[in-house]
Design a protein around this ligand. Sequence first.
Ligand code: AMP
Length: 583
Amino acid sequence: MNSFDVLNLDEELLKAVKDLGFENPTPVQEKVIPSMLESNKRDIIALAQTGTGKTAAFGLPIIQNVDASSKFTQCLILAPTRELCLQIADDLTSFAKYKSNITIAAVFGGASIEKQISMIKKGAQIISATPGRLLDLMNRNIIKLNKINTVVLDEADEMLNMGFREDLEEILSTTPSARNTLLFSATMPREVRAIANNYMKNPIEITIGKKNTGALTVSHECYMVQAKDRYLALKRIVDFYPDIYGIVFCRTRKETQDVADLLMRDGYNADAIHGDLSQAQRDTVMGKFRIKHIKLLVATDVAARGLDVENLTHIINYNLPDELEVYTHRSGRTGRAGKIGTSIVIANLKEKSKIQQIERMIDKKFDFKPIPSGKDICSQQVLHVVDRVEKVEVDYSQIEPFLPVIFKKLEWLDREELIRKFVSVEFNRFLDYYRNAPDLNVPVSSKSKRRTKDAITQQNMFTRFFINLGIKDSLKPVQLIGMINDFTNIRDIEIGAIDIMKNFSFFEADAAYSDLIIEGFKNKKLNEREINVEVAEKKKYGGDSGAGKFSREHGSRKGRSFKKARSLKSLNENNTRRKKKRR
Ligand code: AMP
């Protein structure tokens, strides 16, 4: 007996649930299952994240309600991604383990349509589909929705984010109006609400956890660094958690690949997943991640949608998403099924207001933590090594034959020296790397302190560049910053002084990005004129006098910084707009 027994599920389903090791229904299951088993079914809107057990919440009653004697398609489940679609079909197949004559088909893009057609032709009472491929099969008259009695929209907000609104509307209007409709969504933006209003009848609304909030088992941490130190901060955080198993979210495909490449170069078990990779490449990376050969998956939001990986210890926001609601999805990938998880944001001071917006959205406060120092990391790592030594299982019979030689070889070492040496085998590389590690922290609240620190570091932070465009090319600072953003594909490179001269100009930019800037401007043109950017040599271009001209025109260094900040902000906003349009 288990407490699923009170939900009116039939014997075969209870047996399958038991096999899966589910002991008690989750809150969403307690609410959705009885309602779907009633004769007078109501439509349901469930605000529930992945990890709440929502698949079983709709899957179990769907299996129970299916008429197995009929081959017609009766239930349709729509999901945003191939991964989620397959996951749902798999889960439902395991729920239907003790039922006969129930067929569940998965229909999704990026795979052979012929195989899916032949499966459907054999008759599938339940179809789990992504909207695009489903429409394709409807248009080919392979799938008919006229006998559908139940429609589930899973991760509805994601489907709308991915631009499936029109597809959804077309699909929903093809199904019988007497259908029972269930909508699951982690968030409830206006577009989701509109779908519910137009295609659902008097729905019951249930909320698992608070609206738009993250799971209770997820804690949220924020590390403030300068933009140029983002990668170093990531490494510190990863080194501080030796057992980390997580996803690092980046904003663009390029940034995703760059961060993964850097991590791999630096010896981490990491790889990237993003839209520039083929489905086969993505599957390979995902396979390795699932079996933990890869410990850090660097991903774009789109590529990570629908990935269902359990036991993630951390989510790291290498950069915050453009749309802050996406943060809830990211962080909801950890802390599942009652486990504890941590969602980390690496932010710079300019992003403080975004952090506050997220706090309001998830109704939780971030724990602002200092970037671990070299010493913190070393002590954490040494404890990890010792812990592993303490817990390792010794296979006495296997190791015994090797021991006499080893004992002999090490007999000159006393116990303490032996421990020092064993620990050092693992530990030395961290000691070496972090020996003179700088402090990467920036003060979060004290403006005066910040200015002092900025003043100290500013000199070393910037590289001065020459560019062969000037007033005669109508070059403006805003346009120049725009080019730097676009050509490097990075938005938050710190820009210092900009000196626009008649025939050429100088600009200062975060030294950490020098190579990227030079590389980014290669083979680029403005008004048919080849652009040339080089690191400025003072003598060659009379650099100082150039800066003097700018100072005369625009006042003190403080004045120039202000100008820089304004132009950067407006450009970033433009970038965001451009991005939104592309979606
Ligand atoms: P879902 O939200 O449907 O993606 O489910 C998240 C995870 O929770 C899956 O691995 C399920 O197998 C698991 N799960 C679902 N229901 C239960 C339950 N009642 N007890 C324990 N685990 C469950």
